[in-house]
Design a binder for this molecule. Structure first.
Ligand code: SAM
Length: 228
């Protein structure tokens, strides 16, 4: 009998550890643990994600191009840029004449991104800047970006409200926000961090963002766009 209880206890412990460190990526232990886990796994991130170029261009680059049409040399901020997904996609796109700053708290993720940036031709390389910084306090003036992106990251921040407030602050009036909302069965394991479409739209509206729209995107994420 004792061994059955011990065995079930071990299974339960394994499930709890899986939930805390794999499903929710350390988020219940705070920013340092989340960032430490990303530092640890940064070398495998791109391989695990297997982003497909064509899908990425259609889902991310195209809506940004449409939103930024008519804006010469647009300035874009990518919050929680990871290994530089958005900056690299944008700079690789033909006709992009702007500047893109990618910000992330993980030095490991940024190092991976910098390796890829270093391979760009000099004129493209100059368009991209990667900086280490937390999403909770953006080191930029109000109204300084034409677009702000933040993909697959809101649920990992200590406060998505504070991070979105900062993104709204640095976005210029008329600017475009592109972010993502965790969805699917795993999203419920984020407990109080989970936001329904209605709750996220409410928060974005409260922060002065309008035209909130959702698009089906990836297995675990909806794409969310809004304007200031
Ligand atoms: C799932 S990755 C997404 C990366 C990238 N946006 C993408 O779509 O590939 C989440 C990123 O959020 C970053 N991150 C987590 N908490 C952060 C915080 N408080 N401030 C800044 N970056 C953070 C992690 O370091 C990681 O690079």
């Amino acid at each position: 009998m004792n061994w059955i209880i011990g065995f079930l206890g071990l299974i339960l412990l394994g499930l709890v550890i899986y939930w805390l460190f794999i499903t929710t990526e350390g988020v219940f232990f705070g920013r340092r643990v989340v960032v430490w886990l990303y530092d640890l796994t940064s070398g495998n991130y791109d391989r695990i994600k297997e982003f497909e170029d064509e899908f990425e261009r259609a889902a991310i680059v195209r809506p940004l191009q449409i939103a930024l049409a008519g804006r010469p040399e647009p300035c874009i901020l990518d919050v929680a840029t990871g290994t530089g997904r958005v900056p690299l996609l944008l700079s690789a796109g033909a006709g992009f004449d702007g500047r893109v700053i990618g910000l992330d708290a993980s030095s490991g993720m940024l190092a991976q991104g910098m390796e890829k940036v270093a391979l760009l031709p000099p004129e493209k390389r100059r368009q991209v800047t990667l900086i280490q910084q937390s999403a909770g306090k953006l080191p930029f003036r109000d109204n300084s970006f034409d677009a702000v992106t933040c993909l697959e990251a809101l649920e990992f921040f200590p406060s998505d409200r504070i991070a979105l407030q900062e993104m709204a602050r640095v976005l210029r009036p008329g600017g475009f926000l592109m972010t993502s909302r965790r969805q699917g069965w795993e999203s419920r394991f984020f407990l109080s961090r989970y936001r329904s479409k209605e709750k996220l739209a409410e928060l974005l509206n409260e922060l002065g963002l309008t035209n909130v729209e959702y698009y089906p995107w990836q297995v675990n994420y909806d794409m969310v766009t809004a304007s200031k």
